[in-house]
Design a protein around this ligand. Structure first.
Ligand code: XMP
Length: 509
C-alpha cells in the first residue's frame, strides 16, 4: 500500500494535512519528529511532508531533524516551519520579520513548477508566520513569492524537494488541494488507491489471522466508534465476538434500543445488554456536584462493565474503538492511550487477555463513519452527533432522578425531531436539551403551574475548543418550544442558550 509520511513538528494542522492527503485517496500516517531515520527508511514512504510548528528554527530547543532525510531519495514537501527546516538543513537563511504575515495573502507562483501545475499565477494563500526564508539554499529555485515573503515557495526538482511557506492544507488557501494533489501524483507518483473497501477487506483478513479461533470481548459504549469496531469485528469473526453494552439509562430517548436492535438484527455476535439505570440512579441519589456525578458515573460504569466481562471471560482478546485522533498528540506522535467511555479505563489485574485489538486505530472520525456505513450500520446510528460519556447525567443539572431523566429525554427527542424535519441539522455541530433544575410559574388552562424549565443548546464549531451559539431561525425555535411545552409533561417554559465557548462550555456541567 502506498503511504505518505506526515512528519510532525508540533503544528496545529498536522492531522488536517493527513486528512487532506487521505481525501486524495492516499494513505497518510503521522510520526513525531523524534522518529529515527531508520524507522522512516523502513516505512517505505512515497513521500514525506514536514508539518508546520510554533518554533523558531535557530532556537536550540526547536524541533530539528537530521539533514540526512533529504538524501533518502524520497520526495519531500516542507510546509511553513517545515519549509524553513528544509532551508535550515541546507544553506538557506531564515530571518525574523518585524510584523508577522498572517491571513489570506496574495502569492505569485511560477507556473513552470510541477507543484503549481494548473494553479493560476496569482491566488490567495493562507500565511501564518513570523520567521521567513530570506535566502533559498544553493541550487534551490524560488517558485513563489508574496509582498512580505521573498521565498513563499522553493524547490530542488532534481531531488524532488519542495517547500512552501503557506498552508496548502487549509481551505483559506485557494488551490491548496490542487497543490497537494500535484505533490502526491505528479511528484511522488502516487496512484491514489486508498479505499475504505480495501481497508475493510484488509482489516477483516488481519483480524481473522490474529484472532484465529479465540474469543474477543468488546466494550460497546453505544457511541459511533465502538459501534463501528463491533461491526467490523463481527464481519471478521462473527459469533466469536461478544459485545458488552452497559446501558446506564442515561442515553438519549430510545438510543439504547436502537443500538441493541442494530446489532441483534444485523450482525452475528453475542450481544449482552446490561440494563442498570436503577443501580446508577441509586448511586446518584442526592448527588448534585457535577464532578462528583461524573466520577460516580465513570467508576460505576467500569465496575458494571468488568463484572460482566469477568463472567463472560474465557481467554482471548479485548477490543476497543480507539481511533486515530485518540492516539496522536501534537508533537508527541503515537502517544497510545487506552480509550473507552471516558478515555481512562484501567484493565483489572485479574483478567488476562491475549492482547488488545483496536481495528480503527488508524482512521479519522469521518473515515470511521464511512466504514460503518459500508458495513451496513444504520445511517442514523453512524451519523449521530457527539455525546458525552456521562450521558444525560451532565445535562440533568443537579440531582439525577428517573423522572428528571424522562423529562429531559422527551424534550430532547422533540428538539431532535424538529431540527431533523427542518433540515437544519447539517448546519449544527451539536444540539441538545438541558434540564437546568429551575422551576418557574406558568398558567395552563385556568390553573397555575410550577414546573420545570428546559434550555436548548445548539452550537456550531470546527473543533469544539471554541464554539458559537447557532442562529437557529425564530420560527423553528418557536415550534420546538411549543411542542416541548405541550408534549412533555412537567415542563412549562423553554429558553435558548446564547452563550459562546469560551467563556461558557458546550455542556452545562
Ligand atoms: P465542553 O462542554 O467541554 O464540550 O465544551 C465539548 C465537547 O465534548 C463533549 N464532552 C464530553 N465527551 N466525555 C465525553 O466523551 C465527557 O465527559 C464530556 N464532556 C463534554 C461535549 O458533548 C462536546 O461535544
Amino acid at each position: 500500500m502506498e503511504k505518505i509520511l506526515v512528519l510532525d513538528f508540533g503544528g496545529q494542522y498536522n492531522q488536517l494535512i493527513a486528512r487532506r492527503v487521505r481525501d486524495l485517496k492516499v494513505y497518510a500516517e503521522i510520526l513525531p519528529y523524534t522518529a529515527p531515520l531508520e524507522q522512516i527508511k523502513a516505512g517505505d514512504y512515497k513521500g514525506i511532508i514536514f508539518t508546520g510548528g510554533p518554533n523558531s528554527i535557530y532556537e536550540e530547543s526547536s524541533p530539528h531533524y537530521s539533514p540526512d532525510i533529504l538524501k533518502l531519495g524520497v520526495p519531500i514537501l516542507g510546509i511553513c516551519y517545515g519549509a524553513q527546516l528544509v532551508a535550515w538543513m541546507k544553506d538557506g537563511k531564515i530571518e525574523h520579520a518585524d510584523t508577522p504575515e498572517f491571513g489570506q495573502t496574495e502569492v505569485t507562483v511560477n507556473p513552470s513548477s510541477l507543484l503549481f501545475k494548473d494553479v493560476p499565477a496569482k491566488a490567495l494563500y493562507w500565511m501564518s508566520h513570523n520567521d521567513y526564508i530570506s535566502r533559498a539554499p544553493k541550487n534551490y529555485m524560488i517558485s513563489a513569492w508574496s509582498k512580505k515573503c521573498p521565498v513563499a515557495a522553493m524547490e530542488y526538482p532534481k531531488r524532488r524537494i519542495y517547500a512552501v511557506q503557506f498552508h496548502p492544507e487549509v481551505t483559506h488557501t485557494e488551490y491548496g488541494q490542487l497543490i497537494l494533489h500535484n505533490f502526491l501524483f505528479r511528484i511522488c507518483g502516487c496512484k491514489g488507491d486508498w479505499e475504505m473497501d480495501d481497508f475493510i477487506d484488509r482489516t477483516v483478513g488481519e483480524l481473522r489471522a490474529q484472532i484465529g479461533n479465540r474469543g474477543v470481548i468488546l466494550g460497546l459504549s453505544g457511541g459511533v466508534d465502538s459501534s463501528v469496531a463491533a461491526a467490523l469485528l463481527s464481519r471478521a469473526v462473527g459469533k466469536q465476538l461478544t459485545c458488552v453494552f452497559v446501558d446506564q439509562g442515561l442515553m438519549r430517548k430510545d438510543e439504547g434500543d436502537m443500538v441493541e436492535k442494530a446489532f441483534r438484527d444485523l450482525f452475528p455476535m453475542n450481544f449482552v445488554r446490561v440494563e442498570c439505570q436503577e443501580e446508577f440512579l441509586s448511586h446518584l441519589k442526592g448527588v448534585t456536584d457535577p464532578e462528583e456525578k461524573r466520577n460516580i458515573i465513570g467508576v460505576r460504569f467500569y465496575e458494571v462493565f468488568w463484572k460482566n466481562v469477568r463472567e463472560l471471560y474465557s481467554g482471548g482478546f479485548f477490543a476497543q474503538g480507539t481511533i486515530y485522533p485518540d492516539r496522536i498528540e501534537s508533537g508527541k506522535g503515537d502517544a497510545a492511550k487506552i480509550k473507552t467511555h471516558h478515555n481512562q479505563v484501567k484493565m483489572p489485574e485479574d483478567i488476562h487477555f491475549d492482547g488488545v485489538i483496536e481495528p480503527l486505530k488508524d482512521l479519522f472520525k469521518d473515515e470511521v463513519r464511512k466504514v460503518g456505513e459500508r458495513l451496513g450500520l444504520p445511517h442514523d446510528l453512524v451519523w449521530r452527533q457527539p455525546f458525552p460519556g456521562p450521558g444525560l447525567g451532565v445535562r440533568v443539572i443537579g440531582e439525577v432522578t428517573a423522572e428528571r431523566v424522562r423529562i429531559l429525554q422527551e424534550a430532547d427527542a422533540v428538539l431532535r425531531d424538529e431540527i431533523a424535519k427542518s433540515g437544519y441539522d447539517s448546519q449544527l455541530s451539536q444540539y441538545f436539551a438541558v434540564l437546568p433544575g429551575v422551576r418557574t410559574v406558568g398558567v395552563m388552562g385556568d390553573a397555575r403551574t410550577y414546573s420545570e424549565l428546559i434550555a436548548i443548546r445548539a452550537v456550531t464549531t470546527d473543533d469544539f475548543m471554541t464554539a458559537d451559539w447557532a442562529k437557529i431561525p425564530y420560527d423553528l425555535l418557536g415550534r420546538i418550544s411549543t411542542r416541548i411545552i405541550s408534549e412533555v409533561s412537567g415542563v412549562n417554559r423553554v429558553v435558548y442558550d446564547i452563550s459562546q465557548k469560551p467563556p461558557a462550555t458546550v455542556e452545562w456541567e
